[in-house]
Design a protein around this ligand. Sequence first.
Ligand code: BTN
Length: 333
Amino acid sequence: MSRAENTRERLGAMLWDARGEIVPGPELCGRLGISRQAVWKILNQLQREGFPVMIVSRRGYRLPVETKDCLHPLWLALAAQREGWHPVFSFHEEVSSTQQVAREFARSGAPSGTVVLAKRQTAGRGRRGRTWMSPPLGGIYMSVLMRPMLAPSQAPLLSLVAGLAVRDALQRTTGIESDLKWPNDLLVNGRKICGILTEASSDPDRILYAVTGMGINIDMTEEDVPDSLRSAVTSVRMLTGASTHQGWLVVAVLDAFATLVQALEQGKGSEIMKRYSKACATLGQDVRMVTDQEEISGWASGISAEGALLVETAKGLRAFSSADVVHASRVGE
Ligand code: BTN
């Protein structure tokens, strides 16, 4: 980090710690050892970028407790930091895919906890080679780079716990109750509100890095969705008639995700899969499993400790680590 970036972050942190209060300019200058003019210049620039600092004439600077929606990387970093968890944000107006950008960061050595966010994607990627519709301002397009202490066979668990994290965060910040559809879709009344994709690079013993991408439909409207998908997709706006504070939603998702990944690293996979199973609408349903090799029907009976879906089929119990699932209610569509 350059010296200038460090000064911006320290200024931001001082205002964050005094949220709601006016901090006099001379106090900031004294603590940072820079001039009043330099403080003003940095905070004025941050304000122009969308960081919600208020410049209170002749009295100082104030960061409000309540802000309108904010995805400024410094605000997100301050709001998201916890003991042992200091995510670093990279925010873009437009990218091909946040997955691609995060993977490039990973290959050039970026730390665990690097988060790539974009307002729009020109080539959003979905599971199994599909594209992910990413209209401008339609929602949150985010990829999280982690370097978890997990075995390669545990990589699918990252998507499952990301699903749990988004579910919790949506509930807490918008009141929306969603169901998990194995492996990692979030549905409300059978319509998709969030899709998740994990791409990992591993050596034989451990995951070197994993990039978990989350697409959460926030402001997407019916008009944004092609006719063929209209009955399959929903968004926060379609469900509640309003948007939500995306910054706090991102912070809540990351907080829950980091906590769950840490629990996986501590060997609590079975415990977490029990939680996942309770929230998973796929279990107890007749399902059709679609993989590149086959299509097979059965009854979804459980989730293994490694996140595979257990399906009782005519040929016996099968464990699927990846597949598309068609739920009973939709079999035959
Ligand atoms: C799926 O349901 O097929 C998974 C969709 C994952 C979409 C997200 S949006 C952010 C990140 N960037 C991408 O290109 N894809 C993921």
